[in-house]
Design a protein around this ligand. Sequence first.
Ligand SMILES: [Zn+2]
Ligand SMILES: [Zn+2]
Length: 605
Amino acid sequence: MPDAKRGRRNKSEAARRAKKSVLRIIPLGGLGEIGKNMTALEYAGDMIVIDCGLKFPEEEMLGIDFVIPDVQYLVENKEKIKGIFLTHGHEDHIGALPLVLPRVDSPIYGSPLTLALVEHRLLDVRTPYKPSYNEVKAGDTVKTGCFDVSFIRVSHSIPDSMALFIRTPVGTLLHSGDFKLDMTPAGGAGGTDLASLASFGKEGVTVLLSDSTNSERAGFTISESVVGRTLENVFRQHKDHRIVIAAFASNLYRAAQVFSIAARFNRKVMLVGRSMISYVELARKLGYIDISQELFVTPQEAEKLPPNRTVVMTTGSQGEPFSGLVLMSKGEHKQIRLGDRDTVVVSATPIPGNEKLVSNTINRLFECGCDVIYERDMAIHASGHASREEQKILMSLVKPKYFMPVHGEYRHLVRHSQLASEMGIPANNIFVAGNGDVLELDSSGKLRRGSRVASGSVLVDGVMLGEFEGSLLRERRELSESGVMAVSVVVDGEYRLVSQPQIDSRGSIYGFEEENMRPDIASAVERALDNVRGGSVDRSSVVTEIRKKIREVIGKNYRAYPGIMPLVSVIGAALGPRPAGGKNGQSPKQRAQGKLDRQKSGKVV
Ligand SMILES: [Zn+2]
Ligand SMILES: [Zn+2]
C-alpha cells in the first residue's frame, strides 16, 4: 500500500476512534465519605488523576492506622496515566501518595507547599521511590496527553489551594478542590480568584465537580481574619494568663495569625507537637510565614519566662491520643502543667467522628482548673469549606451544564444536589454518584452513567507494613469481643496425650471458669486425637480438629466463643512439616493473605 494511502487510512481510523471515545469521570474515593479523595479522568489512551488522599479509620477499625482508596483500576491502566494533579496539601488529598505512587509511577503536579508536604511524607515513610515533582502555581496551564489543566487560586484552610479547570476533547470540567470564598484570608494571600472562575465560566463548563462538605450550613463561612480578631480579644482579656492554643498543624493561616498577635502582645511562642513544629518549620523555610526566629522559645527558655509572657501553640485540637493538648489535659505532658493561670483555646471544630474525643479533652481541661474557650463560645475557628451561599455563587459564576457533588458524606452530596436543582440545573443533569460509579461524557456533549470500575478501601496497618482487606479486621473484632485461648497439647508419635493440655487465655474468661473448663477441654482434645488415631481425620488436620472439638464443648457448656489457638507438639517423632492450621511463625501479612486465600477458595476456618 502506498504510504500516502496508508497515512490516510491511519488518520481516518484515529478519527473514528476519537469519535467513539468518551471522557470517563471515575471517582475512586471521597464520595459518601469524608476522606481519601481521588478522581480519575480517562479519554482514549490518556488518563489524569486528581488528588490521592487517605481517610482516618473509623472506631471499629481496630489497630488500623489509615485507609486509602483501592487503586486497582489505576494500576491496571498505569501506562495511560499522564499525571496526578494535587489541589492542596491536606492528608485527605495527598496522604495515600506514598503507597500509591510507587505502584502507578506517575509524575505529580502541585503548588510548592503541596509538593513540599508530599516530599515530607515520603521521607517520613522512608520509601526509596523518587517521584517526578512538577511545581505549578495559580494561573498556570499544563498540557498533558489530550488534557489541558489550568490552576485557579481558592481560599481554604491551608495555603496554596487550587481549583482545576480541565479542557478535554469532548468538553470541560471544573473541579473546585476544597474551597470557600473567603475574600480576606490571613497573611495577605488573596482570596478565591473569582475573576478567573468567571472567565472559565464564560468559556463554558460542561461538568462542575464541587466540594460538598458544608452543604448543610446556611449562609457564608466566616473569614479567617474574623478568627484573628477573636484571638486578639482573647489575648486582650487574658493578660495575666498563659495562653495555650490548639489548632490543626496544617492551618498555617491560623499559626501565622497567632504569631503576629503574640508579637504585638509581647509574648514568646513555644511550639508543641511533632507535626506543629515540622509544618511551621516548612512554612517558614518556603516563605509562607514571615516571622523572625526570636519570637520562638524552647521549653527550657519558656520555663524562665513569666507564664503571661508566653503562648503555647499545640496539636491536639481533635483530641488525638498522645497529642500535645491531650497529654496536657491528662497532666502527662513533660513540659507543661496546666492550672488556674492558663487559658486554653481549642481553635478547631471536631471532624465528624472525633466529637467524643474532643469533648473528653475539654472536660479534662476544665478539671485542670483552666479557662477553656472552644467553638460554642465564639468565632475562634473558621471552616475551610464553602457554606451554601458560597456553593451557590460558584454555580452561578461557572454555570455548569452538569453538576456532580464531590467531597462529602452521602447526605452532604444529596443536600448539595438539591442546591444545584434550586439553582436551575435540570434534575437529569445532576449526578449523585458513589465511588467506582463512572460517568461518561460523549462527543455530543451528553453525560450519562457508564459501567462501574473496581473501587473500595484498603486498610493500612503501620506505615508501609502491609495492606489488609476486611478479614484481618474481622479477626481483630472477634478477638476484642471474645478474647483468645491458647491450648498447648503434647502428644507422642502415635498421637496419644503425653500430659494434660495446658490452657492460657487473654480477654476471654475469668480464671475460675478456666479451671472449670479444664476437664471439658481435656476430653475434647482426647476426642479429637481419637479421630486422628482412628483415621477418620488426617494427621495434618489435627490442629483444626482440636479447635473444632474445643469450640463445640465450650460453646455448648459455657456460651463462650474465644478464638482457639491449639499449639500441638509431637515428641519422639522425626521432625517433619508442622501440622497444618497453626498460625505461628507467620507475619500478620502472611496470615491475612492466608486467610484471604482460604476465603477465596471457599474454605473459611
Ligand atoms: Zn482540604
Ligand atoms: Zn478535603
